[in-house]
Design a protein around this ligand. Sequence first.
Ligand code: ITT
Ligand code: NA
Length: 199
Amino acid sequence: TRLILATRNAGKITELHAILADAGLDLELVGADAYPEVPDVKETGVTFAENALLKAHALARATGLPAVADDSGLCVDVLNGAPGIFSARWSGTHGDDRANLDLLLAQLSDIADEHRGAHFACAAALALPDGTERVVEGTMPGTLRHAPVGTNGFGYDPILQPEGHDVTCAELTPAQKNAISHRGKAFRALVPVVRELLG
Ligand code: ITT
Ligand code: NA
């Protein structure tokens, strides 16, 4: 069975291929880039779960194939959970990871270490062409550095130091990050659901 990964974020696609391959799913994974004619859906939801479902349904409907989607972001305690669902466009330019990270660091420049708690969150949604839907979530708690460190991963990885580690997510290997990440947790939880619905 083909399973569409309803994302155009290259960092997510790399991680999802590894996470889903490790889970031993016997599926052909196809990125949304294979369907350029399908327009990006407007992320009008107010939660990660709502937006993940919107993206998965849009691709499943348009392709007639099962689709999984990821909506994710960084939630900062002292900002009451922002950037949250607005993480990809915090600076005003969607997908400009460096500008988003730089703006967030500037906004937090006066915040002392003990108040720099944050977590990554991910909602993983599965949608079938008949409208069947499932969504599960995962988080990765940590603290925010004052300056970016590391070159692995994507997005806000260089500033989030996961709980129990003394390096940033961008210093972890891809396998180390996937083992503890919001995305790893969410999609590993989705795997039995995929098995149940797709065989
Ligand atoms: P798709 O909608 O096509 O999947 P997107 O990049 O627009 O791609 P989101 O709306 O879910 O996806 O935005 C997620 C943003 O949150 C992403 O741009 C990163 O800045 C941040 N983010 C999510 N997961 C992350 C991770 O594992 N490491 C670092 N930053 C992450
Ligand atoms: Na989003």
